[in-house]
Design a protein around this ligand. Structure first.
Ligand code: UD1
Length: 476
């Protein structure tokens, strides 16, 4: 959906100067990661969709760190409008923060104010607010929501006809006002000219010496300007994050949102409560995510796959028709029709398949297993290139590390490696070769050859064994 509001002079102002002591972290609150992205990064993403003329971020607590992280988040999403930072040395309130940002948004006619710690707002909601402000010719529109427990929020005071009169902060509210459940989300779209005008006069500081942005509402009404309050369609969106509890709730809300989108697109999710999917993940139709499945980073899963139960994938590409059960995979590719697990570990740099299978307690690292390779039991394949159709017997180990360096093992197509074979790298097993069980291979095996590298079995009679046994041994 194209979201650029008409008249391209919208500024986004993000307030991010607060300390966030309740997070009890060395990181500034707005940099706490949510689904792998700093809180402020989520806000930037939503803002970007509105195609504003510029984005101003008010920073204070740990300003340098917040600026650096914001710049890198902006680069990551290729934010086009200029990014400006405004310093607020002391947190003197939301009104003071916005007043300081007014100089940075010179040339814009209206502003959308967002908080750096309110990460779940949907671009559609913000777009709706901006459009309403324009269409209703309101000087200011703010977003509201209902909270069963509204403590800590500013309450929305409406008149008998339901029109917005003012926002009253908890510290200033009467008992009746405190009982109001409709709260101010802290998201505003306003015309800059009248707000500049209002801030030219000094506002009275309240509470702990703070300037309240919410006082702008009454000041606009006193000038007979229109102010509106719009209720958010989904009150989960306006959730602010101020503690690790809030972070966990936001994480769950974001995850639920993504799972819902996946299910609507044709993916089955057996147990949404135990399934976690990062924002960059894509999953194809008719794929089934079984319980306790975690898809992280840039993971892509194709169509008609089964992933889980108990599987964790980190930046993995899975093609169509694959089956991944009870396994851990990272930074690798699994090609069409392959089967992984149960209990396999596929480490970075591996490519498996098509139609290959990696099974019970097998670890693969930086290896290529071509079409139809089977490595189904108890193996370690590291820095190996395994040709099509090769059978890797139970317990085959590539000895790829000599204590200093890693070495490569090449196993050509249609080879057969018996159980418990050690391949001491660098080494090559030729096409169609057969390596006897229990062999420790230190020299290349020519194509088609049979290699046996193990001690010969000798059966030796035991002196004190029973007479029957001695007779048996003598016969063998
Ligand atoms: C504010 C609103 C309240 C609303 C609530 C929603 C005012 C006076 N009150 O509450 O009506 O229900 O948000 O969450 O606006 N910040 C700065 N500099 C400051 C103070 C705050 O940048 O000097 C930033 C914070 O980092 C945070 C945001 O502004 O991102 C909100 O600050 P917070 O203290 O949580 O909001 P309140 O003022 O309590």
């Amino acid at each position: 959906m194209k979201m650029k509001p008409r008249g391209d002079d919208l500024a986004v102002i993000i307030l991010a100067a607060g300390e966030g002591t309740r997070m009890k972290s060395d990181l500034p609150k707005v940099l706490m990661p949510l689904a792998g992205i700093p809180l402020l990064g989520h806000v930037l993403r939503a803002a970007r969709r509105l195609e504003p003329s510029l984005v101003a971020v008010v920073v204070g607590h740990r300003a340098e760190a917040v600026e650096a992280a914001t710049r890198s988040a902006a680069r990551e999403i290729e934010l086009k409008p200029p990014l400006r930072f405004v310093r607020q040395e002391r947190p003197l309130g939301t009104g003071d923060a916005v007043a300081r940002a007014l100089g940075a948004v010179e040339g814009c006619s209206r502003a959308l104010v967002l908080y750096g710690d309110v990460p779940l707002l949907k671009p559609e909601t913000l777009h709706g607010l901006v459009v309403t402000q324009g269409e209703e010719k309101a000087a200011l529109v703010l977003l509201t929501g209902y909270r069963p427990d509204p403590r800590g929020y500013g309450r929305v005071v409406r008149d008998a006809k339901g029109a917005l009169r003012r926002i009253v902060e908890e510290s200033e509210a009467t008992a009746a006002e405190r009982a109001i459940r409709e709260i101010n989300a802290g998201v505003y779209c306003f015309e800059l000219a009248p707000v500049r005008e209002i801030f030219r006069k000094k506002f009275k500081a309240k509470g702990k010496g703070e300037i309240f942005l919410t006082d702008v509402i009454e000041a606009l009404r006193a000038r007979r300007r229109r102010v509106l309050a719009v209720e958010a369609a989904d009150s989960a969106e306006i959730m602010g994050v101020d503690s690790r509890l809030g972070l966990a709730r936001a994480e769950a809300a974001l995850n639920a949102r993504r799972l819902e989108a996946l299910m609507l697109s044709g993916v089955s999710v057996a147990d949404p409560a135990s399934t976690f999917v990062d924002p960059g993940v894509t999953v194809g139709r008719e794929t089934r995510l079984e319980p306790s499945t975690i898809l992280r980073g840039a993971t892509r899963v194709g169509e008609r796959c089964v992933v889980g139960p108990f599987s964790a994938l980190e930046s993995v590409e899975i093609e169509d028709d694959c089956w991944i059960v009870s396994s851990r995979l990272s930074s690798s590719r699994v090609l069409k029709g392959s089967r992984i697990g149960p209990f396999s570990h596929v480490r970075p740099g591996s490519v498996i398949g098509p139609e290959a299978s990696v099974g019970n307690f097998t670890e693969v690292k930086a290896s290529r297993l071509a079409r139809g390779v089977k490595a189904n039991h108890l193996s370690y394949l590291g820095d190996a290139d395994v040709g099509a159709g090769t059978n890797v017997g139970a317990g085959v180990i590539t000895c790829n590390f000599d204590g200093k360096k890693k070495h490569k093992t090449v196993i050509e197509e249609r080879a057969f490696l018996g159980s418990n074979v050690n391949l001491v790298a660098p080494v090559r097993v030729g096409a169609g070769a057969l390596v006897g069980a229990g062999s420790t291979v230190t020299k290349d095996v020519p194509p088609g050859a049979l290699a046996i590298a193990r001690g010969r079995q000798r059966n030796i009679a035991r002196r004190h064994a029973g007479a029957d046994n001695e007779v048996d041994h003598a016969r063998t």
